[in-house]
Design a protein around this ligand. Structure first.
Ligand SMILES: *Cc1c(COP(=O)(O)O)cnc(C)c1O
Length: 224
């Protein structure tokens, strides 16, 4: 299967899943996760109509960004605060704001540059010690402070679902993130419209539970 075939199949699956669960297909976007993927294959994806790409390492992200500055780039990995300066002047969405301190430092640098940045807040929804992200309790503690950071356009939440045995189990992580989003909106009156959840193995489950962005790597580009 070529990259183009994979993208076509996944787009069809996204459609079918949307109809099955009464979701508007225009409200679910496919992010092609291109980490470790050579630019030749990224170009194949672009030729097949893919425009949004995700990267998780700063150095690699910058190289690919400079190669294809016209793509919609999302950064989905842990961003160390000492790397903020390297990425701050690029045009991208940061899906992985995972601490108050990162949010504050980003805001400060953006303020200096008179820029703003679209971000998602990463939530460690299952409390996995190996993952970055706010715990739900931590997010509740910090959300007011984060929403006061005027240079950050907080557009929603992101999570990495736990590897689960069954699709029912996979759905439960995503259902929890959806409920957290609803509760946050109710409490803060802020719009968290984006829910970035679901990867190659569980994007259908994520769509069933309200994903607006699915992040798919392996199913498009093959094994890393
Ligand atoms: C690598 C990665 C993905 C894509 O995972 P696949 O299983 O290859 O689809 C999605 N989200 C994040 C945060 C990742 O690091």
């Amino acid at each position: 299967m070529s990259v183009a075939d994979n993208i076509k199949r996944i787009r069809e699956d996204i459609m079918t899943t949307c109809y099955k669960y009464n979701r508007d297909p225009n409200k679910v976007r496919l992010l092609a996760v291109s980490k470790t993927v050579p630019v030749g294959l990224i170009n194949e994806a672009y030729t097949a109509g893919q425009i949004a790409f995700g990267e998780s390492r700063v150095q690699e992200f910058l190289i690919k960004y400079q190669t294809y500055p016209e793509f919609n780039w999302h950064f989905i990995g842990h961003l160390q605060t000492n790397k903020i300066n390297k990425v701050i002047s690029t045009d991208f969405v940061l899906q992985s704001v995972d601490s108050l301190s990162l949010a504050e430092k980003l805001n400060q640098r953006l303020e200096e540059q008179k820029k703003s940045l679209k971000v998602l807040l990463q939530v460690n929804i299952d409390g996995d010690p190996a993952k970055f992200g706010f715990s739900p309790a931590g997010l509740w503690q910090n959300i007011e402070k984060i929403l006061e950071l005027k240079r950050l356009n907080v557009s929603g939440l992101m999570t990495i679902g736990a590897l689960k045995q069954s699709s029912k189990e996979a759905r439960s992580s995503f259902a929890k993130l959806f409920l957290l989003k609803e509760a946050l909106e109710e409490a803060t009156k802020h719009n968290f419209s984006e829910l970035s959840m679901g990867m190659s193995s569980d994007y259908k489950e994520a769509i069933a539970e309200g994903a607006t962005i699915v992040r798919v790597g392996t199913a498009i580009f093959g094994k890393r």
